[in-house]
Write a protein that binds this ligand. Sequence first.
Ligand SMILES: [Zn+2]
Ligand SMILES: [Zn+2]
Ligand SMILES: [Zn+2]
Length: 313
Amino acid sequence: MKEPETVERIEPGGVTPTEAFSILGNETRISILQALWEGAEPMSFSDLRAAVGVDKGNFNYHLGELSHFVRRCEEGYELRETGTQVMRAVVAGTITEDPELGPVEAGRPCPFCGSPIELLYRDEHITVRCRDCAGVLGGDLPDGAFMHYAFPPAGLADRSLPEVVEAAHVLFEAHVAMMLQGVCPACTARTGTEVLVCEDHAIGPDGLCERCESVPEIWATFTCRNCRYERRAVLWLVAVYHPATITALSERWEFDTFLELQRLLWSNPEYIASVSERVVSTDPLRLRVEFPTESGPLSIQYDEQLRVLGVER
Ligand SMILES: [Zn+2]
Ligand SMILES: [Zn+2]
Ligand SMILES: [Zn+2]
C-alpha cells in the first residue's frame, strides 16, 4: 500500500504575510472587504462600488489588488475564504476599544486561603484570581491567578462576567481537546505534546514554587510547529477525558453531559485541589493522576506522551 502523502509546510497561496499586510493596509480595500462581508451575498460591480463610495478608477485599481481576498463570480464579486477570515478577525476584535469588566466576586472561596475568588477582564484576557493568596499561577500573570486566558472582546456581548468565564473555559477545553488529538486550534497544523516536570518543585512561603512559578509540578504542553500556537494544561484536565474518570465522578455529582462535568470541576476548586498529580518515575517518565472518590481513589497512569498505561480503582 502506498504511504499517504504528507506536506511539510503549507505556504499561503502566493502571498507572503508582508504582502498581505501591505495589500490590506488601505482604507478603500478594507471598505471593499467590509461591504462584501456585510452584504453576505455576492455583489455586482456597481452595487459594490456604490457601497464603498469612491470614484471608478480608484475603485477598479483597489479591487484588482484584492485578488487574494476577493473573487469574481457569476453574480459579481464575493469574499474568498481568506477574505472571510480577515473579516472574522476584524469582527472578533472590535466590539469596544479595550473593554474592561469587573472585578466581581465569583461566589466561591479560594481553596487555599478561603478568601473570595474574583473575576475580571483586562487587555483581552479573562482572569480568575484569589484576592489574598498566590493562587496557582505566578510569573507575569496577575497576582493570585487560577486562570488567565485570552478571550476576544466579541465574546463579551450578551454575557455577564461569570458567563464570560464559563465561555472562556469552554474555549480553553475545546482547544485542549483538539491539541490532545494533534490538531492546532489556530491553524489546524499538527501539534506536538510534551510533558514538563519541574525539577526541585517546592512550594515556597508565598504559596508558589519559586522555580516554575506555579502550584502544579507537572504541565502538559501542546505546541504547533506551524503557527507556534501553544497551550498548557494540568494533568487532571487531560485525565478527565478518560471514561473511568467520568464514571467515577458520576458517583459524586449528577451530570448529563461531559460539558456539565467539566463545568462542575472548574467551579469546585476545593475538589480540584484534592486531585493529586505525581511523577512515578523520571526515566522513563511515568505520571499518575489520582481522583478521590467515595469508593476509594481512581488513579490513571500516563507515559511521557500522555498515553494511558493503566487505570486502577
Ligand atoms: Zn487564596
Ligand atoms: Zn516547581
Ligand atoms: Zn497552528
